[in-house]
Write a protein that binds this ligand. Structure first.
Ligand SMILES: [Zn+2]
Length: 487
């Protein structure tokens, strides 16, 4: 057998031409006409052509910097978006204009009602044994202290469980200090329970206020805010979080065996009945337009930062993924719906309102997945689908593997705002993100655009683009309906 250099060169040239032109050529063909249904013998799995298109889409999306640019716009042109504030409605108007600029088929908003809570001022200091000013922030929904503040000794407890275990009256007249350090992101739910439930527990033991170690993995001197709730029937006491270094400082004072006395001053404001909106856009499918894949994030943020990671990133990763299809005119079989939810932070209110307005269409939700864990990259794909659709999930995992996405099990959860849809029977996906540094910035003044890394956002956007297209294009329904309902 002889091979001439000439033939080899020709072969290489045609290969590189194919690589350069293949993706665009093939995707523009997709744009012109819908992919024909798979032949019956192949029903239940993607065809080789469809798999090829998914691989091409992944590579195109990976080169696309739109999500990053969109996030720069949101954080610059709107900034902090506290639910119930004037900025909430500014963000909604911005989001409507933004989605319209994406040239989706339809953009609309749906009302969501909730009360207003705002911080006015907050400060704390150690009175004795060693005077220090502390870096603190009020927790969302906290009542105010009296104007002259609250002066009391602290009672340290390790965590919420230790607080609950105290005998009645053990915290009489004290400021309870919950000293539960968040060591890794997977412990967030457990540690955050002290923030959300600690005030009522402390009040039942006789406490006059609650101050917690910030729920954050960092050691910078910025406190982390977050929502808290008062139990019905429990006395209401003011609640705040201090920075991690300040919690360390209090511990060092306590180790000296003397009482530690604080002065805590919070002024907050509440008002009933604010109306905001979920902002929704849709890209219509070709064959089953009434079925849809649901992606998105929450538009609201806490007030100290500009909500870049929580959850501007999630909104714009998913918007960028959809935009990647729309700009090329790629329409899958089913529709793709993008939702920017109102007020996730203070109790998943946008998610609950979406469910209330759309509960009749659970079986038409092909798949749901919200992005609300920062900027990525996505490290794992988990599904929650009927067993017959697991072959499709494996094909998705195969396409995503080169991006470093591992295959997870069939125990997926669609994220905070969409959790209620999963409970009602919606097929769901977890695009699990690397979150090692997410809780360094979460709910602090440091959640700003400079923390966002373009390469991480691009990977997350590419994963969402592939996921959304493959889920919407799937030859099989993923099984949303009574069979997937939480029992
Ligand atoms: Zn969030």
């Amino acid at each position: 057998m002889t091979r001439t250099p000439f033939t080899r060169r020709r072969l290489l040239q045609s290969l590189s031409a194919g690589l350069a032109l293949g993706p665009l050529a093939s995707l523009s063909a997709l744009a012109q006409k819908p992919v024909p249904p798979a032949p019956p013998s192949l029903r239940g799995l993607f065809t080789a052509d469809e798999m090829h298109s998914a691989h091409q889409l992944r590579e195109l999306a990976l080169r696309d910097n739109r999500s990053y640019e969109m996030l720069e716009r949101l954080t610059t042109e709107v900034g902090a978006r506290l639910a119930g504030s004037e900025a909430d409605l500014r963000a909604v108007n911005w989001a409507v204009d933004f989605m319209q600029s994406l040239k989706l088929d339809k953009v609309w908003k749906e009302p969501v009602q909730y009360p207003v809570w705002e911080r006015i001022s907050e400060s704390a200091s150690v009175i004795s044994p060693f005077p220090h000013k502390l870096q603190i922030t009020a927790l969302g929904h906290s009542i105010s202290t009296p104007e002259q503040g609250i002066q009391a000794d602290i009672l340290r407890v390790a965590d919420l469980a230790a607080l609950k275990a105290l005998p009645a009256g053990a915290a009489q007249g004290k400021i309870v200090f919950i000293d539960h350090k968040l060591r890794k992101s997977s412990e967030y739910g457990d540690v955050a329970s002290g923030r959300s439930r600690g005030a009522s527990e402390a009040a039942r033991k006789g406490a006059v206020a609650l101050i917690i170690r910030s729920v954050g993995t960092d050691s910078h001197r910025l406190p982390h805010t977050g929502v808290m709730h008062y139990d019905d029937g429990a006395p209401q006491i003011p609640a705040a979080a201090m920075s991690n270094p300040d919690a360390d400082l209090l511990n060092r004072m306590l180790q000296r065996g003397q009482p530690v006395r604080l002065d805590l001053r919070l002024q907050t404001r509440s008002a009933p009945d604010f109306t905001s909106y979920n902002v929704i856009g849709e890209w219509r499918g070709t064959e089953l337009p009434d079925e849809y894949v649901l992606i998105g994030g929450h538009l609201d943020s806490w007030d100290p930062g500009t909500g870049a990671l929580d959850d501007g990133a999630g909104c714009m990763i998913t918007a960028g993924a959809l935009d990647c299809l729309v700009r090329r005119g790629i329409r899958p079989r089913r529709s793709i719906r993008l939702v920017f939810y109102a007020n996730e932070e203070q109790g998943l209110l946008g998610g609950k309102a979406y469910h209330a307005a759309h509960q009749q269409e659970i079986s038409r939700i092909q798949a749901a997945s919200e992005a609300d864990s920062g900027q990525g990259p996505v490290k794992r794909l988990r599904s929650y689908v009927r067993p017959e659709a697991l072959g499709i999930v494996r094909q998705m995992q195969e396409v995503l593997a080169p991006l470093g996405v591992a295959a997870g099990g069939n125990d997926g959860h669609p994220g905070p705002d969409m959790g209620v849809l999963r409970d009602a029977g919606a097929a769901s996906f977890s695009l699990d993100m690397q979150a090692d540094d997410y809780f360094d910035y979460h709910h602090t003044a440091d959640d700003t655009f400079d923390k966002v890394e373009p390469a991480r956002i691009r990977q997350s956007c590419a994963v969402y683009a592939v996921f959304a297209w493959m889920a919407a294009q799937s030859p099989l329904h993923f099984g949303s309906g009574p069979a997937l309902k939480k029992s």
